[in-house]
Design a protein around this ligand. Structure first.
Ligand code: OFO
Length: 169
């Protein structure tokens, strides 16, 4: 059984992941609107990953006999100043998610809930990858100063990204 507190925090984290899906969809829409469909693809894939992260929690709550409580999803950012601005926001976002996963893990440790602890390890590892990817992509964007022909090269590179269902631990 999940404690009421962990059940609530897992539901909140599920909501964070659905919100992340929305954020990345909004970023994808921005890039479509400026004709960089390859970079839009990068964010569509990111949105699909976030959906997967949310659904993994959805099933875990049910497997633990808890109650899935879907909440309202907040409106994501819809105004971006530039391609560079989007990548800066994406990295900031991932850092926030890492904090919320760590907070959730702190609670699982405090409650000595080994199942939740084990489940969350996958997210702890995933966040290392998520931050690394967001940081690398931001680094590339900074190299080209977010503009010019470099953007077209990145558009080409990011058009190749595909969604593969992440490995379960
Ligand atoms: Fe779910 O990892 Fe990004 O937000």
């Amino acid at each position: 059984m999940l404690s009421k507190k962990l059940e609530k925090e897992l539901n909140n984290q599920m909501n964070n992941e659905f919100f992340a899906e929305y954020e990345y969809l909004s970023m994808a829409a921005y890039f479509h609107s400026i004709n960089l469909d390859g970079i839009a693809n990068y964010f569509h894939v990111q949105a699909q990953e976030e959906h997967f992260h949310a659904m993994k929690i959805f099933h875990f709550i049910l497997d633990k006999g808890g109650k899935v409580q879907l909440q309202q999803i907040a409106q994501p950012d819809i105004d971006f100043k530039s391609p560079l601005d989007v990548f800066e926001k994406a990295l900031e976002h991932e850092k926030k998610v890492t904090k919320s996963i760590n907070k959730l893990m702190d609670e699982a440790i405090k409650e000595n809930d080994h199942a939740v602890n084990s489940f969350l390890r996958w997210y702890v590892d995933e966040q290392v990858e998520e931050e690394a990817l967001a940081g690398k992509s931001l680094g590339k964007m900074k190299l080209i100063n977010g503009q010019g022909e470099g953007l077209l090269i990145l558009d080409q590179e990011f058009s190749q990204r595909t969604f593969t269902v992440p490995k379960e631990n």
